[in-house]
Design a protein around this ligand. Structure first.
Ligand code: LLP
Length: 416
């Protein structure tokens, strides 16, 4: 579903005109659609209904409490990568028993807290981490549930910065060292082996590498079973892509169906960790044109959002559609849409054909995932507001930061 569509010449989020949101809450701001998030989550959930499963939304994609709470109400699980994400999920009333905890650098205090609240599983990424987790669990007189994240050495055809499953990447344990790592885990008294995990990358637009990785995982799971280490679950990670421009990623419904049918004869519970496919299409970044300027032959639309609000274009050269919020007849030109930050890489889009005038509103589409969650305060720019739209109701899910917020916690040294 596309929750952002034109009625006449005006772009809406569900039943609310984006222009109205700009007037009420100011710009720049992120706007999310409740219906789009829930529909996407349900598509994953429904597609796996024939098999025991757990959909763990990847919190890093968009960790706003209002969004986590929507998903918690639907019964979602969560994939977290830090103590901060853990507290967010708890605060949004997520069920700790549906949390999986990934990441290559878990600290002892993060492990302790996760054990204390009783998470579903630690996705362990190295033997050293197994040892540390065992120690932490021992000090609490607990057993920590674990899966080992295995690096299946599969190339996902995506941006090199977001591909994670090749042998040269920092993630997981090499496939040929996995059995030895499981043997070590089995020998550690305060660990309980629950499953095996992989995640090969993000914005994957073909089913093939995901299914290849699944085959490799099944071979490993069989090898482990033959040594008496029976697993309860397979965690296939996230990574399903979305359409930013003209990509045709697999439909979540098909993805789940194919997996469920491949695993039909197997007893394993399947865990998936979609982030982008749930939050991405459900959000836009709303920004206002401050100036139009020409430098030589080049036209720039200078807007009030910048790379600190949405870093994907600068960081990955990512392309996201930019649409006028009110279609009006204006002079058409090819623009670079740039922000006020002092970096040449500060652009939201380049070479876009647009009809715009100063004061117009633009919407950067498919910005619900890895948008606000990767934002910063670079150039001392307060982070934007976030609005969750539910039908005709816009809810302020995060108020715009103030300049005072920016300086909170800083102090001038008492120099003599
Ligand atoms: N599980 C694990 C272990 C992950 O590392 C990730 C994403 C996910 C699940 C969710 O993947 P998704 O379904 O969203 O593709 N900032 C980049 C994306 C980085 C993804 C990192 N890991 C971007 O803006 O494209």
């Amino acid at each position: 579903m596309d929750a952002f569509s034109y009625r006449g010449n005006e772009l809406y989020a569900e039943d609310v005109p984006l222009a109205e949101i700009a007037t009420r809450f100011g710009t720049p701001c992120y706007i999310y659609s409740r219906a789009a998030i829930e529909t996407a989550w349900r598509a994953f959930e429904h597609s796996l209904r024939s098999h025991p499963h757990l959909v763990c939304y990847a919190v890093k994609a968009n960790s706003n409490l209002a969004i986590l709470n929507l998903l918690a109400r639907l019964g979602s699980g969560f994939d977290i990568v830090s103590g901060g994400e853990l507290e967010r999920v708890l605060c949004a009333r997520g069920d700790p028993d549906r949390i999986v905890f990934a990441g290559v650098g878990k600290r002892a205090d993060e492990m302790r807290r996760a054990l204390e609240v009783g998470i579903h599983c630690f996705n362990v990424e190295s033997v050293a981490e197994l040892e540390r987790l065992n120690q932490v669990a021992a000090s609490m007189n607990r057993r920590a549930p674990i899966a080992i994240r295995v690096n299946p050495d599969i190339t996902a055809d995506t941006h090199p910065y977001i591909s994670t499953g090749q042998s040269a990447h920092k993630f997981g344990v090499a496939a040929d060292e996995a059995v030895a790592a499981y043997r070590r885990a089995a020998a550690l008294e305060h660990l309980e082996i629950r499953g095996i995990a992989y995640h090969i990358g993000s914005q994957i637009i073909s089913m093939e590498p995901l299914l290849q990785a699944l085959e490799r995982l099944l071979i490993l799971a069989d090898a482990l079973a033959s040594e008496g280490m029976a697993l309860q679950h397979l965690d296939l990670g996230g990574g399903l892509g979305v359409r930013y421009r003209d990509e045709s990623p697999p439909d979540p419904a098909d993805y789940g169906r194919v997996i469920a049918s491949r695993l039909r004869e197997r007893k394993y519970t399947v865990i998936i960790e979609p982030g982008r496919a749930i939050a991405g299409p459900a959000g836009v970044l709303l920004t206002r044109v401050e100036y139009l300027k020409r430098v030589g032959d080049k036209h720039f639309a200078v807007v009030d959002a910048a790379m600190n609000d949405l870093i994907r274009p600068a960081l990955y050269d990512a392309w996201q559609e930019i649409s006028p919020v009110e279609k009006r007849a204006r002079a058409e030109a090819i623009y670079d849409i740039v922000g006020p930050v002092c970096e040449t890489g500060d652009f939201l889009g380049r070479d876009r054909s647009l009809e715009v005038a100063p004061g117009d509103l633009l919407a950067v589409r498919t910005a619900g995932a890895y948008g606000f969650s990767m934002s910063s305060t670079y150039n001392s720019r307060p982070r934007s507001a976030e609005i969750l739209v539910d039908g005709a109701h816009p809810h302020l899910a995060r108020k715009r930061e103030s300049i005072a917020d920016l300086m909170a916690g800083e102090s001038i040294a008492p120099l003599s």
